[in-house]
Design a protein around this ligand. Structure first.
Ligand code: SAM
Length: 210
């Protein structure tokens, strides 16, 4: 896909190639099934993980171009779209049924597009985004370093990646493992915050990354 543009004038849901879905299930390396998406949208989640807290941590500007990789049913998407009224939000996921749910949660937001995509082969050109969100996704991908390399590629200078990981997840990535993966992908941590049960880490491509 070429450089993303604000949608509204075009179809919001683009089809891409995505090969997740063969290993559906819970646990490391398995893809969270769309059939269980309702758990991700449980209103009680608002207590432990209000979208507002995560989106504020991303320090977005109104004009930012944001990519949400593994958006699932769009728990964060409406709040993300509202944070960039003059920019755009691309919600990407490997499972089309997840994208349909995210589409209904963002219906009416003119700056949102939805893209079926594999997190290991993002269909965007280099430097397409100012911010990327990876929330509870890294533990599911078969190659976390390859995923982070892809994210670093699509980030524009001085864009930032935000990674959210919750301890209650069966595929939780410990923070020190994230730092290791990120180092291998040429990303360095610029901040880490969050309550006891989760962390919200922001990372940037290290200077000189090709
Ligand atoms: C646990 S859900 C999290 C969804 C959302 N980020 C949230 O926090 O509510 C993980 C999502 O990542 C997606 N995913 C996993 N591996 C992927 C891959 N290789 N490419 C694209 N999406 C992937 C799954 O389809 C699923 O929707």
């Amino acid at each position: 896909m070429a450089r993303p543009t604000a949608v509204g004038r075009q179809s919001r849901l683009s089809r891409g190639t995505a090969d997740v879905g063969s290993g559906l299930g819970l646990g490391r390396g398995r893809t969270y099934p769309a059939s269980a998406a309702s758990h991700l949208l449980n209103p009680l989640r608002r207590i432990v993980q209000p979208p507002d807290r995560i989106v504020r941590a991303m320090e977005l500007r109104p004009t930012d171009r944001v990519l949400e990789v593994g958006c699932g049913p769009g728990w964060f998407s409406p709040r993300l779209a509202a944070a960039v009224p003059l920019g755009l939000l691309v919600c990407a996921d490997g499972q089309p049924p997840m994208l349909q749910l995210a589409a209904s949660r963002t219906a009416g937001a003119p700056n949102v597009s939805l893209q079926a995509a594999d997190a290991l082969r993002l269909p965007f050109t280099r430097g397409s985004f100012d911010a990327v969100l990876l929330a509870h996704v890294l533990g599911e991908v078969s190659d976390p370093v390859a995923c982070l390399v892809e994210v670093a590629r699509v980030l524009d200078d001085p864009g930032a990646l935000t990674v959210v990981e919750s301890r209650r997840d069966s595929d939780f990535i410990q923070f020190d493992r994230l730092v290791k993966f990120a180092g291998s992908a040429g990303l360095r941590t610029i901040s880490r915050r969050g309550p006891r049960w989760e962390y919200v880490a922001r990372l940037r491509p290290a200077p000189g990354l090709p």
